[in-house]
Ligand binder design. Structure first.
Ligand code: HPA
Ligand code: ZN
Length: 316
């Protein structure tokens, strides 16, 4: 079963490039850039990967991203992730990046986007992994800053396939970002948004009705609202679910409690993704393995999940 799962062709639709920064590369970049780290060594950093909720993880994730300074750093980060895609038969990926995490530290927008885009292009040519980049806004910051980020991105319009919304969810509903998503749509950029990870089903309704998203990132709390589930099934709106992330951040206490297969069997278009693999203990295949081990996922269910991921691509 493991070999079969590993060989299954699949797409990854929920991956934060900053969250694919493995501790070894993090330390290497810190040394290369002369950045002082709060952890004495890799083991100490790994020891800090013990979160109780989304915010505790995000605090560490933003600290880790501070080692990313040059175009080469963003290239190396993206290239390491694409090699994982190749190893795991992820034939297509639509990764997120958070420009504000970098521009707010003084790293120019073009440094970030050029490094990532060059690696994605080399990934297509040298590894055969197709891709489309998603520019994600940080929802814990004001909408005006998201709008300024969108404006800074427009000269690089061809480098992106969509915009997204991530970071701290509770207290930062999608409705706060309606204008920036309207503007992105006017520029021809489709949208996705994180909703219903820690936030309530209402945030999923808002993402659909106000931000007009094509997919919901996470969305597992939709299960609390039967009317919403009926809509997701009716309109076949994809959910990019991240099982290992959800258990590490205590959205579910145990993998055996995860609702991804119940949603699949009910007819929701769910997909399997790794979110922040360096921080949550696995890439896409390890997420599939966990569903097999703890939820008894069948081959037919795994095939349906992989087919959904290929079908839910924005970049076709
Ligand atoms: N949720 C919200 N923001 C994020 C996540 C996540 O899972 N990963 C990186 N930024
Ligand atoms: Zn995410």
């Amino acid at each position: 079963m493991y070999d079969w799962l590993n060989a299954l062709p699949k797409a990854e639709l929920h991956l934060h490039l900053e969250g694919s920064l493995e501790p070894e590369l993090l330390f290497r970049l810190a040394q290369r850039n002369g950045v002082a780290l709060p952890w004495p060594d890799i083991d100490a950093l790994r020891g800090a990967y013990n979160y109780h909720n989304l915010q505790e993880f995000l605090d560490l994730y933003y600290m880790g991203a501070d080692v990313l300074r040059t175009e080469r750093d963003f290239y190396d980060l993206t290239w390491a992730y694409l090699q994982k895609c190749r190893e795991q038969n992820v034939v297509h990926t639509e990764p997120f990046f958070d420009p504000q995490t970098h521009t707010d530290r003084g790293v120019p927008f073009e440094v970030v986007v050029n490094g990532i885009s060059q690696a994605l292009e080399d990934g297509r040519k040298q590894l055969g992994v197709t891709s489309g980049l998603i520019l994600s806004f940080l929802r814990h910051l004001p909408e005006e800053q998201a709008m300024r980020t969108l404006e800074a991105a427009l000269p690089y319009r061809d480098a992106f396939i969509a915009v997204g919304l991530d970071s701290s969810e509770q207290g930062f509903p999608p409705r706060l970002f309606q204008r920036v998503f309207d503007r992105a749509r006017a520029e021809g950029l489709p949208a996705v948004a994180h909703a219903g990870e820690e936030g309530p089903p209402e945030y999923i309704w808002e993402a659909l009705d106000l931000l007009k998203v094509l997919r919901i990132d996470h969305g597992v709390r939709a299960a609390e609202d039967p009317e919403l589930i009926a809509r997701l099934i009716d309109e076949q709106i994809p959910l990019t679910v991240c099982p290992l992330s959800n258990t590490r951040l205590r959205v579910f206490d145990h993998m055996r409690d995860h609702n991804i297969l119940s949603l699949l069997d009910a007819g929701v278009k769910v997909t399997v993704n790794s979110d922040d693999p360096a921080y949550f203990g696995g890439y896409v295949n390890e997420n599939f393995h966990a569903l097999y081990e703890h939820l008894g996922m069948s081959q037919a269910q795994a095939q349906a999940l992989a087919d959904n991921s290929l079908d839910a691509r924005i970049a076709k």
